[in-house]
Design a protein around this ligand. Sequence first.
Ligand SMILES: [Zn+2]
Ligand SMILES: [Zn+2]
Length: 319
Amino acid sequence: MADLTFNLQIPVPRDARGFIALRCPRENCRRTFQVLAGTGKLTTEQFCPYCCESADNDAFRREEDLETVRAVGMESLKQHAQLWVHDELAKALQTGFRGSGITFTRGTRPHPPSPPQTARYADLDLETEVTCDGCGLTFRVYGVFGRCPDCADINAFVVLDADLAMSEKRVVMSRRAVAEGDAAMAEEFLWDALAGVVSGFDAFGKELRRHHPTVLPAKPQNLFQNLATLDDALIAAFGQGLSTIAGSHFDALVLGFQVRHLGQHSHRVVDDAFVAKTGLRPELKGRKYPLTPEEAQRAIDAVRHVVGALRAMLTPRLP
Ligand SMILES: [Zn+2]
Ligand SMILES: [Zn+2]
């Protein structure tokens, strides 16, 4: 008797929104992430967003999902096999005893196999969901930063973009508060916006250094908060400093960072260091800096510009 082949396509389990769970195959990583089925590009290999291990797609499958696929597959196979046996047996009996005077009554035919169900797994509650702006893959990771599992692009750029968008929203809210006559609230929104820009840029810088340790120095710790030191590091790495990279945005960048420094360390009050570093507003010494929505917005634009330039310098773009 010839071998029989059944081709069964069993869908991988998904969560309620269609995310497939994957696990890094590297022994000392083994962390889980999720990718949204149908997004990204078709690949045969994947990257771990945490440790950047790359391997065959199949190596990233979770054991529990394979177990589920196997169980669903066996059930489906059983249904196909039962139907096949029933039909073959009926055929054999009818032809084998034709003309013999013996008749057979067929039993009830088994139901045709139903298409294999997509199994659901319980929600994983991963913290960050991002869509890679390199390849369009939507994925979820623990923490905030990770590499895109499809194209290995780091998502630091996407995360910073979200931070900047949040700061922009605060600037808008500040303007609205002014219109509503709530000056105190308007001021809080603006300083918040500026703090968000600087902390977002700092977190982005730390992630960038983690991925480019040969290009950017590990020290000082807050390299991306200290523009003078960052300037030196960029000259060493790319032969061009922050003023060249920032171009016409440079003054707005320096002002934004120095004003934020006042907010963080001197109760928003202008001090000697501020005047020395910016060369601006000596008449404000000892008084609270009157941060404007335009200044906050210009700082956001400046960071966006610098980050765009850094991205072009550091990341080989996809075709
Ligand atoms: Zn890993
Ligand atoms: Zn990608």
